[in-house]
Design a protein around this ligand. Structure first.
Ligand code: B12
Length: 215
């Protein structure tokens, strides 16, 4: 059976949860490779959502509905993906820094990493610096992701990195930061390894980073 990946992407951008669940189930039942379904259908759909949102062509309630649709489709896909040899990507600790309650972008980033086979430990919003460091000590992630949406909370990211250094574990993980006011220059300034302008590019940049640094 031919799977219409464009239709699946469209169901994500339109946030049509039930139809997306149906199509995802059907695709799996008819033998579509989960990784192909993810990469050709679901992720392009979410990329489009990001684009539409950035251009002001989509509004928050719609973005949330699309994110929910993605999440529901991922629930169907996940057990099949784990059986797949997608290259077990690694572990990620992810959170929004202290004083900051924004979580939509962080959660989207988390979903993209999950979709790419990462085990994502999402520690939530308004997380004190120690919470990141403690989670890093406890879970030994390959990637530590921080989100900040306020110019007033961005400095917490540099503080977390300094605390990681003080704890002697900074070099054991890649630190990736994101959020609307965050820039590549800021990431360089505070010594983060990676900055991603959006959730769609975050996984790709992380893969490139590990490919370069493990060779
Ligand atoms: C929704 C929203 C809220 C909601 C948050 C709900 C929630 N559950 O998240 C509520 C109403 C709670 C809120 C509150 C406030 N907000 Co607000 N909020 C927004 C708004 C409209 C959208 C943010 C959003 O969700 N975007 C959609 C997501 C998909 O985009 P994103 O977050 O940028 O994430 C993408 C990338 O940045 C990246 N990314 C994000 N995080 C991460 C992390 C990693 C690791 C990676 C790799 C990538 C990544 O990937 C994402 C997907 O592509 C923005 C305006 C805007 N255009 O950004 C203002 C905005 C961020 N808020 C703002 C302000 C001022 C506030 C308040 C102070 C308002 C007030 N006076 O009370 C409070 C602060 C509360 C607090 N302490 O945090 C300002 C910030 C200004 C600044 N530069 O400091 C903004 C820019 C609005 C504005 N133009 O003034 N807000």
């Amino acid at each position: 059976m031919n799977i219409d990946f464009e239709r699946i992407s469209e169901l994500i951008t339109k946030g049509q949860i039930e139809q997306l669940q149906e199509q995802t189930n059907q695709a799996i039942e008819t033998g579509t490779e989960p990784a192909i379904l993810l990469n050709k259908g679901l992720l392009p759909g979410m990329d489009k959502v990001g684009q539409l949102w950035r251009n002001g062509d989509m509004f928050m309630p719609e973005v949330l509905r699309s994110a929910k649709a993605m999440s529901k489709a991922m629930d169907i896909l996940r057990p099949h993906l784990s059986k797949d040899d997608m290259g077990s990507a690694g572990k990620m600790v992810l959170g929004t820094v202290a004083g900051d309650l924004h979580d939509i972008g962080k959660d989207l980033a988390g979903m993209m990493f999950e979709g790419a086979g990462y085990e994502v430990l999402n520690i939530g919003i308004d997380q004190p610096n120690e919470a990141f460091v403690n989670a890093a000590i406890e879970h030994k992630p390959d990637v530590l992701g921080m989100s900040a949406l306020l110019t007033t909370t961005m400095p917490r990211m540099g503080e977390v990195i300094n605390s990681l250094k003080e704890s002697g574990i900074r070099d054991e993980m890649a630190v990736i930061i994101g959020g609307a006011p965050v820039t590549k220059e800021f990431a360089d300034e505070i010594g983060a390894d990676l900055y991603a302008p959006n959730a769609g590019s975050a996984v790709e940049l992380t893969k490139q980073y590990f490919a370069q640094n493990n060779s």
